[in-house]
Design a protein around this ligand. Structure first.
Ligand SMILES: [Zn+2]
Length: 363
């Protein structure tokens, strides 16, 4: 791979422009919402230490991601801005959204891991005011069922004073900041994803978190646009291995799903993009689990799996793959993949060896 800085900048700007255009209409499509309604949420089993508990993911409605709504155009695969609201909710409304969502879990389902999402960054005070953030964390600290808290944020909002506040309020609970590292490669993150931060930004956030015994949950994106299936596989494995070496506590593996009003959707409609094979996802999990210290948890809960817009195989075997991936996330044991087999494996292998050379070979 030869680095040609000027051409990279031109390429990155062109891709950002397409991402911006694809997204333009989405803001108008945002629905008027009752800003006090309960936040959307979902519940799945999760491993907490040696126990199986419940992960409660809560998506608060805010004005949405600053990066996505900025002139940068936002990430090439993400349309979460659509979930945002036109009017910024008040602090009381955000706290109310949170409180009503917490009622979804009953005491039998503890211990609980609470995951706070906003379709952007929970730590961005433009989305969640300082007072709303403190009040939500305070309420969590008063709930003995909660053993783990995961807060999603871009790295630019991680700083000493916030991490110190979070640690202080949440006491000795396990805390992780979830950051979309996506790829360890600055070229792939910047050009293919238009992510808008560097590995250096990520590493600084990680070092700050370490000071407060706060872990990092790194999100790894499987198959950003412009990569072949094979490059995507290699990139995800090396990203997981290197993120573990940097000291992340958890890796969450996220195969691309095709979201509306994105550059990825444009490519997909033009038949220039296929979401990753489930075979690829399983291979990434197997190789990464083998290579990475067992202290680092590797999880995957693929969105739209088995559908044409999500990670999929031939259609016949998809359900068994998704089931195995879920078991792997709980048990951390790649043995759950042992029984997977299907005729479509040959097609996948053929694609791995013969797909056209991707953009990344040129930069
Ligand atoms: Zn199959």
């Amino acid at each position: 791979m030869i680095a040609m800085a000027n051409q990279n900048n031109i390429l990155r700007d062109a891709i950002a422009e397409i991402a911006r255009t694809a997204r333009k209409d989405s803001i108008k499509k945002r629905k008027k919402r009752d800003l006090s309604r309960p936040a959307s949420k979902w519940i799945v089993p999760t491993r907490l230490g040696n126990k199986i508990g419940t992960a409660l993911s809560i998506v608060l409605s805010t004005v949405g991601c600053s990066h996505a709504s900025s002139e940068s155009g936002g990430c090439t695969m993400c349309s979460y801005l659509l979930d945002g609201t036109e009017e910024p909710p008040t602090s009381e409304q955000i706290v109310h959204q949170f409180q009503t969502a917490m009622h979804a879990v009953d005491d039998k389902e503890s211990p609980i891991s609470v995951k706070l999402y906003t379709s952007g960054s929970f730590l961005d005070s433009r989305e969640v005011s300082d007072s709303a953030r403190s009040e939500i964390l305070q309420k969590i600290s008063e709930d003995d069922r909660v053993e783990q808290v995961v807060i999603e944020s871009r790295p630019e909002y991680v700083n000493d004073s916030l991490m110190s506040d979070i640690r202080c309020i949440l006491g000795d609970r396990i805390v992780e900041i979830g950051i979309g590292l996506e790829s360890i490669s600055d070229s792939i993150r910047s050009i293919c994803i238009n992510k808008g931060f560097t590995l250096d930004d990520f590493t600084k956030a990680l070092e700050t978190c370490k000071e407060y015994n706060i872990g990092i949950r790194a999100y790894v994106l499987v198959k950003p646009p412009f990569l072949t299936e094979r490059d995507a596989l290699l990139d995800s494995v090396s990203t997981i291995v290197k993120a573990a070496e940097l000291g992340v506590s958890t890796v969450s593996v996220n195969p691309v799903n095709v979201q509306s009003y994105t550059l990825v959707e444009k490519l997909w409609r033009a038949r220039d993009y296929r979401p990753p094979w489930l075979w690829t996802v399983v291979e990434i999990l197997k190789q990464a689990r083998e290579a990475v210290d067992s202290q680092v948890t590797i999880v995957c809960d693929p969105v739209a799996a088995g559908k044409s817009r999500g990670t999929h195989n031939c259609g016949d075997c998809d359900t068994s793959f998704v089931k195995a991936i879920r078991s792997f996330s709980l048990e951390q044991n790649p043995i759950v993949f042992g029984s997977l087999s299907c005729d479509c494996k040959r097609e996948w292998q053929h694609i791995l060896s013969h797909e056209d050379v991707s953009l990344m070979h040129h930069i």
